[in-house]
Each structure stands twice: as structure tokens, then as C-alpha cells.
Design a binder for this molecule. Structure first.
Ligand SMILES: [Mg+2]
Length: 174
């Protein structure tokens, strides 16, 4: 079977704006970043699978229900299609709260490994893109190329690349 290249995206802070100290539990709280809307159709055109890997601890903590998370997810996928003509190929959420007790909660690699297996992903030519240390560490544990979107001084996980925006990241793909 031919292996496929993929870009793994964190959600909050990458696909949509993060709201500090709040969980995204309603459509009104979910606002796409313009950069993600711009690059999604472009990376799909380059042949990458787009895969979401998102911690949603608010569910495990009882601050949000699985139904609310499901509704937000449906809204996100539908809106992406409407706005860009593309959507994620797959989405993985982890609602656990304890890194010690969950193989899936980033920085642990469970969600990423599951996707790699399911989609037969070419790890060496694939990327993990996120805005926090835990995204970078999870990506490194799997052997993906890692990209931090943000400021280098806010990060300790030594990503392979740091870019101020997704637009700059896209430029290294072409
Ligand atoms: Mg994030």
C-alpha cells in the first residue's frame, strides 16, 4: 500500500482562535482563523491529508458534554466545506484529563499513532502543527516534522520549525 503524507493540526489556536481560560462549547465561541481557511485548500491540493488531533479536557472535567463537542465538530466540518470546498480527512479528539493515565492526551502520541496506522501515513514526509509544547512533543514522539505557530520564547519543546503564522508554514511546503 502506498503511504500518504499528512499534516496533523491542533485545533484551538490553529484552526480556530483560542479563548484563554474558556472551553469552546458553543458555535458562537468557534471562530476560524483566516490563515487556516486560506491554507486548508492549498495543502489538500498538494496532496496532504488534513488530520485534526485535539485535546478537549473540558469534556472529561464535566465543563462541556460530548454532545456539545460533537456539535462543534459537525459545525466545523460543515463550515470548512462551505468556506473552502475542503474539510478534514479525519478528526481525533481526546477528552481525558490526566496525561499520566491517558496514552491519547497530547503530549502523549496515541491519537497520532492511531491516525498513522489507519491512513498508512508516511511519517517522514508528514507534519504536526500546533501552538503549544504538548503538540510539538506529541509530534516528536511519533517522528513527525514539528511546527510551532507562535513565538519561540513561549516554547520549550524545541520544534523543528517556528513560524509566526500558518501562511509562513505553507511556504516551506511549496
Ligand atoms: Mg492549541
Amino acid at each position: 500500500m502506498i503511504k500518504r503524507k499528512a499534516i496533523f493540526f491542533d485545533r484551538d489556536g490553529i484552526v480556530n482562535y483560542r479563548i484563554v481560560g474558556e472551553y469552546i462549547n458553543r458555535e458562537e465561541n468557534f471562530h476560524f482563523t483566516p490563515d487556516f481557511l486560506e491554507i486548508l485548500p492549498k495543502i489538500k491540493k498538494l496532496g496532504y491529508l488534513a488530520i485534526l488531533v485535539s485535546n478537549q479536557k473540558g469534556v472529561g472535567k464535566g465543563l462541556m458534554t460530548s454532545e456539545e463537542l460533537g456539535k462543534i465538530n459537525d459545525f466545523m466540518l460543515q463550515k470548512l466545506l462551505e468556506l473552502t470546498g475542503e474539510s478534514f480527512d479525519d478528526v481525533f479528539y481526546c477528552t481525558d484529563v490526566s496525561v499520566e493515565n491517558s496514552f491519547n492526551l497530547k503530549p502523549n502520541p496515541g491519537m497520532l499513532l492511531e491516525a498513522v496506522e489507519k491512513w498508512s501515513i508516511d511519517i517522514q514526509n508528514s507534519w504536526m502543527v500546533g501552538d503549544t509544547d504538548k503538540d510539538i512533543i506529541a509530534g516528536k514522539r511519533v517522528g513527525l516534522k514539528t511546527v510551532l505557530i507562535g513565538l519561540p520564547e513561549e516554547n520549550n519543546a524545541e520544534p523543528d520549525y517556528t513560524f509566526p503564522s500558518l501562511i509562513e508554514f505553507y511556504k516551506v511546503l511549496i
